[in-house]
Design a protein around this ligand. Sequence first.
Ligand SMILES: C[S@@+](CC[C@H](N)C(=O)[O-])C[C@H]1O[C@@H](n2cnc3c(N)ncnc32)[C@H](O)[C@@H]1O
Length: 285
Amino acid sequence: MPNVKCSTGQLIHGFEKLAFALKEVTTDSFYWNERIELRLKNQIENPNTSLPETQFDLGATTTRIADAKIEITSTDLYASVVASLKEGISGLGNPVISQIICLGLGKIGECLTARYQFVVILSLSELFNTKILAYDPVFTENDKKILSTFNVTLLTDNLEGKYRVKNKETVLFYMPHCSKQLTNNLLWTNWGLDLNYCIIIANSFRKIIDSNSSKEIEVKAGYVSKILPYVLEIAIINSFKYYEIFNDIAIHVFPNINMVCQDLWKECLEPKYSEIDLEFITDSK
Ligand SMILES: C[S@@+](CC[C@H](N)C(=O)[O-])C[C@H]1O[C@@H](n2cnc3c(N)ncnc32)[C@H](O)[C@@H]1O
């Protein structure tokens, strides 16, 4: 094996890929060990590359995702997501969800986590009869083909999470395990009464604030911190067999935003992040 230095995040990703590969060994007889070892080596050394065309099988991947969708919709986890989401929507007065914006899924063609996270939002899009628009700067050409197969619209620009809701239409933002900065930017962009039209499925705001230093929060999650007293955060019960795929995820809505003191909205400087962070990819154009 090469001598590769990895961050904790990369190690977790590596383990996920290993779990994915092992699952393929047990479920898909056409994969053999050498091929998996080569692929893991390739992914660890060069995480932004896609599987070569010769190794990528769109049909097999699509079937795997369809199977994962059938599996997930029969779980208590999915039932909990639906129940919590309906509770949040009801708290907002039952608006129609106009669209789903899905950020930071990761490489769904190769990553077990991304695949299961995707089938949850795919199932929700069918339940609410809403289209999905997706963006992740690491999507490979193969990922894009897979997403198109499932009628997902691919967004092309890196807005760094600054997606603004329009025309009082409610948008469901799905950003599982995305960076604090991405969530912070989304809040900043819609800072004010427009937050009423944002439903955010993301890492628990409460946990972000409780598990980071005040310096870290000030630099990367100032808007998460400011909105914390006014957010309705609804937990999901994470009983899924792979705990790490949905851990810390919660549903966030802002039903009482018009009761907030107007002063809160006055401080709204655009956040700037000086540190380079592997989990937050900026628009380098
Ligand atoms: C910690 S990973 C989470 C991946 C996956 N959802 C998971 O739970 O393992 C953060 C994800 O956010 C993506 N990301 C980083 N910057 C982004 C941006 N500007 N817009 C959308 N996604 C971004 C990364 O490429 C990565 O896939």
